[in-house]
Design a protein around this ligand. Structure first.
Ligand SMILES: C[S@@+](CC[C@H](N)C(=O)[O-])C[C@H]1O[C@@H](n2cnc3c(N)ncnc32)[C@H](O)[C@@H]1O
Ligand code: SF4
Length: 399
């Protein structure tokens, strides 16, 4: 390690115990889908019959009321409706939830409000009404533009419907749009993965999320893996080529799977990755809150099953668990998030978010630099290319 690096680590050593509440986001989980996709391990449930949208909004507001004492007086910087398929919810329900939330907590001017959208649920009026309700960013679950791939993934839409849905949203005035794509799909070649990106570029989204398909435990795909999943070398090749293609089209990578045009990073996710705070309401939602009065960090999650959640939201029975994050667990938690960011983080942020001096992790930082995984310059830490390839090894140094 150079003397410069050592000096940078030492000179960034801040005061411990100074925990300032970081920016606060609001995550809202909407748990139903038209059909459960065979690769998906999110808390999402096939909705049968008429869904209880109004009762669920009542439950969300009761849930928020119950959590409010953890966030008195703070300002919401971003809101994210995730799922499940939030676009199954009628705009009136989203409107009532946003009105209710903004009457309980101040919303920052220009607050980013994202709604995840399945292209199979798109209708024109809906997009205009979501906008009128305050939603200003849409995240479409496209996955692929190849109809055979979409069928193998069990999706409810084809590529034509996906393109039409994005165009409808743009006609309704949405200009801040993310497209989720997955790669390393069954029977997918590198040329097919590149064609998916070309079709995405043609729609001019502000943001692209590019996820490698993973076989998650307890999914249909894990139990019966589909034929033709690209091996590790082929998947790595796809990732490298796709990264280059995204960059060539003006989408800069800023996180493991996230690419954006200038100024269009997802502020909500960036707040997670900078170890910010968030309230989490809805079935199975997770929250993380820095409690200024005693300098503690609390993780809280809600029970997962929608029916049980509906029956108990707002009461202690809806809390799935509370976990105080003691100081010794904070370095790992912080790094698990911050090291996902391509640009890394200022060492001072570590102290601000964890309340610990940088000294507390000096040996691990030195080891990461010595391994060639991290570069530290002028108080700023950035994963190197090798570090990004071995992110898990890098993060586990801080366990
Ligand atoms: C909760 S879904 C949101 C969108 C909406 N439910 C849909 O699927 O249209 C978030 C995204 O995670 C990605 N995803 C889900 N399961 C995945 C898996 N097993 N491997 C990789 N990415 C996955 C998909 O790209 C999906 O769009
Ligand atoms: S639509 Fe989205 S959340 Fe629902 S099952 Fe499919 S991937 Fe999961």
């Amino acid at each position: 390690m150079s003397e410069n690096t050592a000096t940078a680590i030492e000179s960034s050593a801040g005061e411990s115990g100074t925990l300032h509440p970081p920016p606060l986001s609001l995550y809202v989980h909407l748990p139903w889908c038209v059909r459960k996709c065979p690769y998906c391990d999110f808390n999402s449930h096939e909705g049968r019959g008429a869904l209880p949208f109004a009762a669920y909004v009542d439950a969300l507001l009761a849930d928020l009321d119950h959590d409010l004492p953890l966030a008195w007086g703070r300002t919401i910087q971003t809101v994210f409706f995730g799922g499940g398929t939030p676009s199954l919810f009628p705009p009136e329900a989203i409107d009532r939830l946003l009105q209710g939330a903004s009457s309980r907590l101040r919303f920052a001017p220009g607050c980013e409000i994202t709604l995840e959208t399945n292209p199979g649920t798109a209708e024109h009026d809906r997009f205009e009404l979501y906008r009128a309700a305050g939603v200003n960013r849409l995240s479409f679950g496209i996955q692929s533009f190849d109809d055979a791939c979409l069928r193998r993934l069990g999706r409810i839409h084809d590529s034509g419907e996906a393109e039409a849905a994005v165009k409808l949203a743009q006609d309704a005035g949405f200009d801040n749009i993310n497209l989720d794509l997955m790669y390393a799909l069954p029977e997918q070649t590198l040329a097919m993965a590149e064609r998916d990106l070309e079709r995405a570029f043609a729609l001019q989204p502000a943001h692209v999320s590019h996820y490698q398909l993973t076989l998650e435990p307890n999914t249909v795909f894990a139990a019966r893996p589909p034929a033709g999943i690209p091996d590790d070398d082929a998947s790595w090749d796809m990732q490298e080529h796709c990264q280059a293609l995204l960059a060539a089209h003006g989408y800069a990578q800023y996180e493991v799977s996230a690419y954006a045009r200038p100024g269009r990073q997802c502020a909500h996710n960036v707040n997670y990755w900078r170890y910010g705070d968030y309230l989490g309401i809805g079935a199975g939602a997770h929250g993380k809150l820095t409690l200024g009065h005693d300098g503690s960090i609390l993780r809280r999650w809600k029970i997962k099953h929608p029916a049980a959640y509906l029956a108990s939201a707002g009461r202690p029975e809806a809390i799935g668990g509370d976990d105080r994050i003691e100081p010794e667990r904070r370095p790992f938690e912080f790094m698990l998030n911050a090291l996902r960011l391509v640009d890394g983080f200022d060492l001072g942020l570590f102290t601000l978010r964890t309340g610990l001096p940088v000294d507390a992790i000096a040996p691990q930082l030195h080891a990461a630099v010595a391994n060639g995984w991290l570069a530290i310059d002028a108080g700023h830490a950035r994963p190197t290319d090798t570090g990004r390839r071995f992110t898990n090894d890098l993060i586990s140094l801080f366990l």
